[in-house]
Write a protein that binds this ligand. Structure first.
Ligand code: HEC
Length: 261
């Protein structure tokens, strides 16, 4: 809560400065940048630059890892687009988020843990919609090589399994049970719902404040390994693919027992 009170005045000042020097900066872009990112000249992009890129960077920058205030925009796009492949639905969900960021709606629990919840900002809905449409279309280009910066492999705790609390163990059992009880074969909507259910349960583990340090990092790594499958299950259009994602999730949750108890 305190975070919001500090950050909001800072942001408002930044916003005011940004609005003034707006055009000057965008004309300073290199030709390479312009060539690789189509919607850069649009009003929507300009709005995103002024209202979102003050906290969010476009893409991860290994040199600025320690100074980040929010997840890079490309990561936001990666987390939302697979679950909302339809542009209108994507714009709706992003707009809803910006108008009212709430922990129970996060799709990036790791980011909430790391950066604290995004503050509610006094933006016009029509502007947010324009920004969200750009975020959907925007091609962030090639990712910088972050090798070493983000190791996602699981490892033991000095040869021992990591100790989880009873609440987490219960959530894991519930997820396994849900995954094992397959929804009716022909009903894709209930497979998508299964993906959403698993996601919201798995999220509570990552949001558990009793985990920190190396143990939290290991949980984060595990989450990183299942995230893609959950997104694809939520967005699956055919049963075959849904089944594939569910099977992958079952395997991952089985292997969890090798590292955690
Ligand atoms: C004051 C800094 C700040 C500004 C300005 C800001 N954000 Fe954020 N945003 C954050 C932080 C911190 C997070 C990570 C924590 C979280 O997800 O709540 C975040 C996360 C997000 C997420 C992921 C939500 C989730 O958790 O699933 C979306 C989507 C997002 N921002 C969109 C935007 C858009 C669009 C704008 C511009 C209209 C914007 N943000 C402006 C700080 C900011």
């Amino acid at each position: 809560m305190r975070y919001k009170f500090i950050i909001l005045p800072v942001v408002l000042i930044l916003l005011a400065c940004n609005a003034e020097k707006g055009n000057k900066q965008s004309s300073g872009q290199t030709t390479a940048e312009v060539a690789s990112t189509k919607p850069v000249h649009t009003e929507g992009y300009e709005l995103m630059r002024q209202k979102c890129l003050i906290c969010h960077m476009e893409k991860p920058d290994p040199a600025k890892r320690e100074n980040m205030l929010a997840p890079p925009m490309v990561k936001v796009q990666e987390h939302y687009k697979p679950s909302f492949p339809d542009k209108q639905a994507f714009v709706d969900v992003i707009t809803k988020w910006v108008l009212n960021p709430a922990e129970e709606n996060t799709r990036m629990p790791g980011a909430v843990r790391r950066f604290k919840l995004m503050p509610k900002l006094p933006y016009e809905e029509s502007e947010i919609r324009q920004i969200a449409a750009v975020l959907y279309d925007y091609d962030f280009g090639r990712m910088p090589d972050m090798h070493g910066a983000m190791k996602m492999e699981l490892s033991l705790n000095k040869g021992q399994k990591w100790q989880l609390n009873p609440q987490t163990l219960w959530v894991i059992e519930e997820i396994k049970r849900e995954l094992a009880a397959a929804p009716p074969a022909e009903d894709i909507a209930s497979w998508n719902q299964l993906g959403r259910d698993v996601f919201s349960r798995a999220k509570t583990i990552l949001m558990d404040k009793s985990y920190s340090g190396d143990l939290y990092q290991q949980l984060h790594n595990f989450f990183g390994g299942i995230e893609g499958h959950m997104h694809l299950l939520i967005a699956a259009r055919d049963i075959k693919n849904a089944r594939k994602q569910r099977d992958a999730l079952i395997k991952k949750f089985e292997s969890l027992g090798n590292y955690f108890e």
